[in-house]
Design a protein around this ligand. Structure first.
Ligand code: F6P
Length: 329
């Protein structure tokens, strides 16, 4: 965490990277808390793209009406590879200074925070991050905005798949999102009663999975569901299905849930944390603190230096996977 001296009168807020349900609730909280504290707020459209192209709009209390329940992000988002270039960041910083922006709130994932940190280091623009990604892969916070909704969306789909799997006595392989992390897969697998869970750091193998399914069949189980994270090592869902078919001649149906997990109305949990984190981010800037991410630990708001959040890998708990294996017999 760094300290700065400048008085904060006008802040900018933006969403960056993949959208996540609850981002709107976070924007609403930042804007309304900031206005409550007599600050002006500028919304930057499409993340770093809007910063580079100076797409910035003043936000008022009423602009935040009716958005707490909406998925996506009203500010839009994007992934701006150009921001890796120093001269592009210079342009973005000039645009922010021309708008009179004294501090920024960045709602996004680790890639977004890297850009944010560079703006602070190179241009002394104070910045506070809010972890917003369905992947829940940001170190330092037990929880990221959008994760709970994504898990519940995937779970709803898996419950439906189970109906048809059971009717036809079939094996299904369901692929969930999560980039290189196994949080969505392990939560959805345990909550959905999956027989096997493949994550990028999986301890299981195709052989073990097949053996497990065979044993379950001997005990009378006729249908099974395997959950696999998109970043799993032996390959993705279709590769896994092919490997199982080659090994034991079992035909698996594949279902890739994809971007459905990124949309929809945020759950209550996502709305509550988004609201709390938005308020905490504004408070942080007003206290002259920056280069930090707002996070959650033991149900409390905490502050994590950006370099720690960015520079450390967050691992999901293998305990969930092991418990799921025991329960799905
Ligand atoms: O980071 C969120 C996420 O949905 C990942 O789970 C996934 O790997 C990635 O974004 C997909 O990104 P895009 O929408 O750009 O294809």
């Amino acid at each position: 965490m760094s300290q700065f001296q400048k008085e904060i009168r006008k802040i900018g807020v933006y969403t960056s990277g993949g959208d996540a349900p609850g981002m709107n609730a976070a924007i609403r909280s930042v804007v309304r808390v900031a206005i409550h504290k007599k600050l002006e707020v500028i919304g930057i459209r499409s993340g770093y793209i809007g910063m580079i192209e100076s797409q910035m709009i003043p936000l008022q209390l009423r602009d935040m009406a009716n958005i707490i329940q909406r998925g996506g992000t009203i500010l839009k988002t994007g992934r701006a590879l150009d921001f890796l270039k120093k001269e592009v960041r210079q342009k973005a910083a000039d645009n922010l200074k021309n708008q009179g922006i004294d501090g920024l709130v960045c709602i996004g994932g680790d890639g977004s925070f890297r850009g944010a940190q560079l703006l602070w280091q190179e241009h002394q623009i104070p910045i506070v991050g809010i972890p917003g990604t369905i992947d829940n892969d940001i170190f330092g916070s037990e929880y990221t905005i959008g994760f709970d909704t994504a898990v519940n969306t995937a779970l709803d789909a898996i419950d439906k798949i189970r109906d048809t799997a059971d009717s036809h006595d079939r094996l299904f392989i369901v692929e969930v999102m999560g980039r290189n992390s196994g949080f969505i897969a392990s939560y959805v697998g345990l909550a959905g009663g999956a027989e096997e869970i493949f994550t990028p750091d999986a301890l299981t193998t195709v052989d073990k999975a097949v053996e497990h399914i065979r044993e379950s069949q001997k005990k009378g189980k006729r249908s099974s569901i395997i959950i696999t994270a998109e970043g799993q090592k032996p390959g993705r869902a279709y590769d896994l299905a092919e490997a199982i078919r080659k090994k034991v001649g079992l035909d698996a149906k594949v279902c890739i849930l994809g971007h459905i997990q990124r949309g929809g109305a945020p759950t209550a949990l996502d709305r509550v944390w988004a609201s709390r984190m938005g308020a905490a981010a504004v408070d942080c800037l007003l206290k002259g603190q920056c280069d930090v991410m707002v996070g959650v630990e033991n149900n409390q708001i905490i502050y994590v230096p950006l370099e720690v959040a960015i520079g450390t890998e967050k691992k999901h708990s293998q305990e969930l996977v092991q418990l799921s294996n025991i329960l799905a017999t």
